[in-house]
Design a protein around this ligand. Structure first.
Ligand SMILES: Nc1ncnc2c1ncn2[C@@H]1O[C@H](COP(=O)(O)OP(=O)(O)OP(=O)(O)O)[C@@H](O)[C@H]1O
Length: 271
């Protein structure tokens, strides 16, 4: 398809200048195109530039080279068309659940009549219908991430960017939330980019999966996988037993292991 629709990461490089005069090449020549509605997971050893890339797509950071295009225009800064879900702690603690979720529409000048139906629907979808009036501190970690997802969706972004959104959750809650992310992806048709440190999560939540390599941060390998599609509305444990899953997991684990070993080797020889 033409570059006019979807999200294009166009030859992005990012170099951080350090106060001591040296620099870090966090990303080098990263290019990728996602059609609207594609679900991408990004995996790689610590320091390979995952968060830097997400922050550039969000418009929080300007790249040293290259550009981000969304539906034909160049990204110049943060915008509601690109929503972000962080690992934790990004909710407004002093507002209740409903006010957190309606924050974006209220800031966009919508009246309660305009946004109420949408907010109620989203709270229903993320399973928080009976928690509208609760304060954030009254909710468990998993429920707080449900609020974060609903708050992001209330802005109706084209792209949802997630930086380890489930990383702080216990295993069972995490699995439930993985199912929710897949169901929301199918229901809303949003483009989703999700960073994770978990190979299993990247396999389950990546219709496309990028393995990045460090120094400089770059795309090492890209996969197109059937597991996200299989997981929609399904038992994720069954997906983990399905054809090709274990082999792909082992292949990627081996790849990341080798990269980590190489980093350790380099670090040790530099000492
Ligand atoms: N503001 C900054 N100034 C200087 N260096 C930075 C800055 N932000 C990131 N870096 C460096 O850029 C590289 C990539 O960092 P980044 O946080 O994007 O990696 P990551 O893959 O997300 O790591 P992790 O998995 O540990 O979160 C690292 O070497 C990091 O130290």
């Amino acid at each position: 398809m033409s570059g006019d629709s979807g999200l294009t990461i166009d030859n992005i490089s990012m170099r951080f200048e350090l106060p001591n005069g040296s620099h870090v090449q966090a990303l080098k020549n990263v290019s990728l195109h996602l059609e609207q509605g594609e679900l991408l997971s990004v995996l790689g050893p610590s320091g390979c530039g995952k968060t830097t890339l997400l922050n550039i797509v969000a418009g929080f950071l300007a790249p040293t080279e290259g550009k981000i295009r969304l539906n034909g225009h160049t990204v110049k800064g943060p915008d509601a068309e690109r929503g972000m879900v962080f690992q934790q702690g990004a909710l407004f603690e002093w507002m209740n659940v409903r006010d957190n979720v309606s924050f974006g529409p209220r800031m966009a000048g919508q009246s309660a009549n305009e946004y109420k139906g949408k907010v109620d629907h989203l709270l229903e979808v993320v399973g928080l219908r009976d928690f509208k009036d609760k304060a954030i501190y009254e909710l468990s970690g998993g429920m707080q991430q449900r609020v974060a997802l609903a708050r992001c969706l209330a802005n109706d972004p084209d792209v949802i960017l997630m930086d380890e959104p489930l990383g702080a959750l216990d295993a069972l809650t995490r699995e439930k939330m993985q199912g929710l992310v897949l169901d929301l992806w199918k229901e809303t048709g949003k483009t989703i980019v999700l960073i994770t440190h978990s190979v299993e999560e990247a396999l389950l939540l990546g219709e496309r999966l990028l393995v990045m390599a460090p120094r400089p941060g770059r795309i090492h390998r890209e996969y197109r996988l059937p597991f996200a599609e299989r997981g929609v509305g399904a038992d994720l444990r069954a997906v983990k037993k399905s054809e090709g899953y274990a082999e792909t997991r082992e292949e990627i684990l081996g790849m990341i292991w080798e990269m980590e070993e190489e980093i350790m080797g380099r670090t040790e020889s530099a000492q």
